[in-house]
Design a protein around this ligand. Structure first.
Ligand SMILES: Nc1ncnc2c1ncn2[C@@H]1O[C@H](COP(=O)(O)OP(=O)(O)OP(=O)(O)O)[C@@H](O)[C@H]1O
Ligand SMILES: [Mg+2]
Length: 351
């Protein structure tokens, strides 16, 4: 992709908060984070990827943008309404593929074709075998439409809609460089309601999976077992509560981490069993729940692999004149999707 023009402002509307990142690139290509915005959303604003309280989101966007002249934004659509599949097709020309892709999508996507926006990319050609791997993406039109309307209502100009898995990959590649062909890297993004796993092998996406589990499940379990409110449970989980944390909390967190890590391990084992790949080189974790260190330890132990936080500050350091260090502190794991979106440009064209 050859990109031109200014960077768009990255806007990640998640289940628990809106994150905004703006990255400036100088002529030499060096990048600075010139804005970071964070706006918590009340519980039940988004449930299982469905927008239940549009007003809270519009108000949040208006607050985050009221002093900003830049209104051209890149949005992400929730993994709840997207399917990513890697399929194998016979080698064909781009024109033939355009003709064929809807038929293929019908076989692989469990949604009505009329309800989804289809996108695809050839990721690997194996001409000697007469085959090619195609990454097929289907996103529900209604959910994209709802998202765009919210942004328009907040007087913003949405220019790009991307998926978590790809924005995180973008952020990762800008931070650490493209993985070498002999490396297999897992990008694991653990948010509040969803965990997204993206396996990069031979330099491209080899496997993706979403697991409907994340930080909310931990908070809910603390709430349920201790009979306390959501804000109290959240504060105990995040270690930000005043006073003594009940002794049961660490064990509840560990039990939830066990169950989540088990699902992650099964996904990784499935990838290894079906791809013929022998091992994972490294796992990079992001998303707010990456702050739960027990999760890193559990995955490292179960999968016998090095687990590291994905550091978006390697993409662009904050400008001390415009970015409040306190606002960004402790939120870098949550900022990764917005960072990735902020790397998208006003004009992008296929190379
Ligand atoms: N310091 C912390 N310790 C433990 N958990 C944390 C911490 N900070 C944030 N979290 C958790 O991270 C989650 C929010 O992460 P994130 O902002 O990535 O999710 P989201 O984008 O709102 O949700 P989703 O992407 O699932 O729709 C919440 O469950 C929150 O409790
Ligand atoms: Mg998120």
């Amino acid at each position: 992709m050859a990109n031109e023009g200014k960077n768009l402002v990255g806007v990640d509307i998640g289940t628990t908060s809106i994150k905004v990142c703006e990255v400036k690139e100088d002529r030499k290509g060096s990048r600075t984070l010139v804005r970071f915005g964070f706006h918590p959303l009340p519980p039940q604003t988004i449930v299982d990827g469905h927008i239940m309280n549009a007003g809270a989101i519009v108000e949040g966007l208006e607050r985050l943008f009221h002093k900003s002249k830049r209104k051209d934004i890149a949005l992400r659509v929730s993994g709840h309404s997207v399917i990513i599949k890697k399929i194998t097709m016979p080698t064909m020309t781009p024109a033939e593929l355009t003709e064929q892709i809807n038929w293929e999508a019908e076989q692989h996507i469990p949604f009505e074709l009329a309800d989804v926006q289809i996108d695809y990319q050839v990721v690997h050609r194996r001409d000697d075998q007469g085959q090619m791997d195609v990454l097929l993406v289907a996103a529900k039109k209604e959910e994209i439409g709802d998202l765009i309307n919210l942004a328009l209502e907040a007087k913003l100009r949405p220019r790009v809609v991307d998926l978590d898995a790809f924005t995180i990959q973008n952020c990762y590649e800008m931070a650490y460089g493209e993985p070498s062909p002999d490396e297999t890297v897992v990008l694991l993004h653990v948010g509040a309601s969803l965990t997204t796993l993206n396996v990069l092998a031979n330099g491209t996406t080899a496997f993706t999976r979403d697991v409907v589990n994340g930080g909310n499940a931990i908070t809910e379990e603390i709430q349920r077992q201790l009979g306390i409110s959501q804000p109290e449970a959240e504060a105990y989980k995040c270690g930000s509560a005043q006073g003594v944390v009940p002794s049961e909390v660490p064990q509840i967190i560990q039990d939830c981490v066990d169950s989540l890590s088990g699902e992650i391990q099964r996904s990784i084992d499935f990838y290894l069993a079906t791809s013929g790949d022998r091992e994972i080189t490294k796992v990079y974790v992001s998303g707010g729940t990456a702050n739960v260190l027990a999760l890193h330890e559990e995955i490292a132990q179960r999968c016998q692999v090095e687990v590291m936080p994905l550091d978006p500050l390697l993409v662009a350091q904050p400008d001390p004149k415009t970015v409040d260090p306190v606002a960004l502190q402790g939120r870098t794991a949550q900022a990764v999707v917005a960072y990735g979106l902020a790397l998208r440009k006003e004009r992008e064209r296929a190379a």
